[in-house]
Design a protein around this ligand. Sequence first.
Ligand SMILES: NC(=O)c1ccc[n+]([C@@H]2O[C@H](COP(=O)([O-])OP(=O)(O)OC[C@H]3O[C@@H](n4cnc5c(N)ncnc54)[C@H](OP(=O)(O)O)[C@@H]3O)[C@@H](O)[C@H]2O)c1
Length: 314
Amino acid sequence: MQPQSRIYVAGHRGLVGSAIYRQLQQQGYTNVITATRQELDLRDELAVRRWFDQQQPEYVFLAAAKVGGILANATYPVDFLQDNLQIQTNVIAHSFRTGVKKLLFLGSSCIYPKFAPQPIKEEYLLTGALEPTNQWYAVAKIAGIKLCQAYRQQYGWSAICAMPTNLYGPGDNFDLQTSHVLPALIRKFHEAKVQGQPQVTVWGTGTPRREFLYVDDLADACIFLMQHYDDPEIINVGTGEDLSIKELAALVQKIVGYQGEIVYDTSKPDGTPRKLLDISRLQALGWQAQTPLALGIEKTYEWYLAHAQGCTKA
Ligand SMILES: NC(=O)c1ccc[n+]([C@@H]2O[C@H](COP(=O)([O-])OP(=O)(O)OC[C@H]3O[C@@H](n4cnc5c(N)ncnc54)[C@H](OP(=O)(O)O)[C@@H]3O)[C@@H](O)[C@H]2O)c1
């Protein structure tokens, strides 16, 4: 990939896509092309076919998807499976058909079995039952991985698959109905501080352990992989460190400056007990995340205060 290469970032307004777009600009790539959902609904095969014929990108970062937390998955299972199957199949197939040199497909750590040994190695894929609460999304992502691997096996095409851990950062979704845990905590603690609420309720028992990667680090890893990785095997992207939801809540409380009490609503689901990725394959390539969690949360809170206070999806 050269500075003047024609690079398409699918989903450039999303958390990951906007970070990849930012990073490409910061790293001197001058020919980045995008399309909003209004301009190009990636579920529409004919529209995608026409767009690729017109635009002829050379490299593709596939960061468009229907994404959401436990509640959204449980409420819209058809959309999470069908939309993601359509989006990824259309982009992958028409990228190959129009001669794209290399495509990076973004999956997610929820592809791995619910009770996978920890930390989770790439080879644990399809070795056990999935976490039921987001199985629809996970099955779609696994199909995307297999489609990339199939194109490489049948045509020798360079499609690579990155499996990021939980992401957070500027551009995140702070809607309490559809967001992930970290942005939800930032919003809950901030609103409780501003409104003087005596306590904040956190879902579940607080014991599940999670790993979080700052999205700009993920974007840097995606550009690094596009440059240095060309293998059929999926590759994990994370920090290699995790913490309990209880520890995370305490950290966010401190950074937001909320003085009240934290209570746990144990009637709500915990999800997977632990989800820590084994990142030794990526480390062996020479890549390491740069942003410590506390610093990443501070930057995300600053972004929230400047862009997202009070609104649903930023
Ligand atoms: N967030 C995480 O913690 C996380 C963790 C691991 C992996 N990932 C992966 O990273 C990728 C991006 O996730 P994200 O967190 O950046 O999600 P996001 O913030 O919801 O962004 C998704 C983007 O895809 C676009 N999109 C969705 N459906 C579309 C359609 N039918 N046509 C055109 N564009 C469409 C959205 O457009 P609008 O802006 O118009 O809505 C949005 O820009 C996904 O593949 C996900 O699996 C995310």
